[in-house]
Design a binder for this molecule. Structure first.
Ligand SMILES: Nc1ncnc2c1ncn2[C@@H]1O[C@H](COP(=O)(O)OP(=O)(O)OP(=O)(O)O)[C@@H](O)[C@H]1O
Ligand SMILES: [Mg+2]
Length: 334
């Protein structure tokens, strides 16, 4: 396949569940060797899109190709080339981690010995060696996620779909998952990743599609999206809040738009373009009026600002209530 052709390409995807329009004409494209982050709040349509792209559900309208094959016309060709990790880890609880992987390997037509070798390799890579020979029933949430991911990697798929791979993981497990995802891309995979976490999309994704109510409402690199939210701005934090009004008049002269005041933090913000020597000039001008500064800098908006601006809502940053409650040690007697 020519590298210019996206490995996942969807156009106008629609899906209804009764009255609910889960997808309302979604377009997206994942380029070879990249990570596409599909970012959206609960119910935005992320899982529905992944299910259609991975041939687990049919679209009501629109088309999608994966590895050049139409997902509706040639689902078996698509399945041979993808790995899928669902939002809810699906592992056989009565089997050990290793048995789960070997079974998946054999389903994927690896020979028995290839499946065993690959399973060992992935158990090591996913930090599951110690738990490999325990039944997975007692795995923590994070361990299940990793086992589920290992299962999807058994057949070395070139295209990987990860549906909220870190939801509910503790910070350490999340960091490990991020490193693993980066490794996968370095070794040549292309990844479509859904997430509710802005910092996850920001760190991992080459391209981001923000979806809300089944539609893409913005797309681009993290930097492009932040640019859309107003580009860079000067932020000045004053030592004495009573100086805010006077400082505002001075800062106005350096900005390219209105000065916003944030009295709670003694802070002023204004959009700026040229930044050469700007900070020194601002400090000098304020100092000349006897106004002391605690902190100042030129900052880019975050993806939070982008989402807020586009939807008027904050993308929920609540941690999932799903946590790692099962202690593996409880199972050492099993
Ligand atoms: N099988 C189904 N039956 C009925 N409604 C469904 C079904 N699957 C999804 N929906 C609805 O479609 C919409 C999109 O759901 P989807 O699961 O795709 O969202 P999501 O972005 O994955 O959300 P989350 O972040 O919570 O996983 C929601 O309103 C959901 O309730
Ligand atoms: Mg989902």
């Amino acid at each position: 396949m020519p590298s210019s052709q996206p490995v996942v390409f969807a156009q106008g995807l629609e899906k209804r569940f009764g009255e609910t329009r889960a997808l309302r004409g979604l377009d997206l494209a994942l380029e070879q060797g990249q990570i596409l982050g599909v970012l959206g709040p609960n119910g935005a349509g992320k899982t529905t899109a992944v299910r259609i792209l991975t041939t687990l559900a049919l679209p009501d309208a629109g088309t999608a190709q994966v590895a050049g094959f139409d997902v509706v016309q040639h689902p078996q060709e698509v399945r041979l080339r993808i790995g899928v990790t669902g939002q809810y880890a699906a592992v056989d609880e009565l089997l050990t981690g290793r048995e789960n992987l070997e079974m998946i390997g054999q389903l994927a037509r690896l020979s028995k010995s290839d499946a065993a070798t690959r399973a060992t390799e992935l158990l090591e890579r996913l930090d599951l060696v110690d738990a490999a020979d325990r039944v997975s029933k007692g795995y923590s949430g994070g361990m299940r996620r990793r086992l589920d991911l290992a299962a999807s990697l058994m057949a070395r798929p070139p295209i990987i779909f990860l549906d909220e791979p870190t939801t509910g993981l503790d910070p350490r497990s999340r960091m490990q998952m991020w490193e693993l995802i980066e490794d996968l891309v370095h070794s040549g995979a292309s990844i479509l990743l859904t997430t509710q976490y802005l910092e996850e999309a920001d760190r991992l994704a080459d391209d981001i599609v923000i979806i809300d109510h089944g539609l893409a409402i913005a797309r681009g690199t993290a930097d492009e999206l932040k640019e859309q939210a107003g580009g860079q701005r000067l932020e000045v934090v004053l030592t004495h809040p009573e100086h805010l009004e006077r400082a505002s008049t001075i800062v106005q002269g350096f900005g390219e738009g209105e000065v916003q005041l944030d009295p709670r933090r003694s802070r002023l913000m204004t959009p700026v373009s040229a930044t050469d020597g700007l900070l020194a000039q601002v400090v000098l001008a304020l100092d000349g009026e006897g106004i002391a500064v605690t902190d100042l800098g030129v900052r880019k908006p975050t993806l939070d600002d982008v989402f807020l601006q586009l939807t008027g809502r904050e993308l929920s940053l609540e941690e999932s209530t799903e946590t790692d409650v099962v202690d593996v040690k409880e199972l050492s007697t099993v």
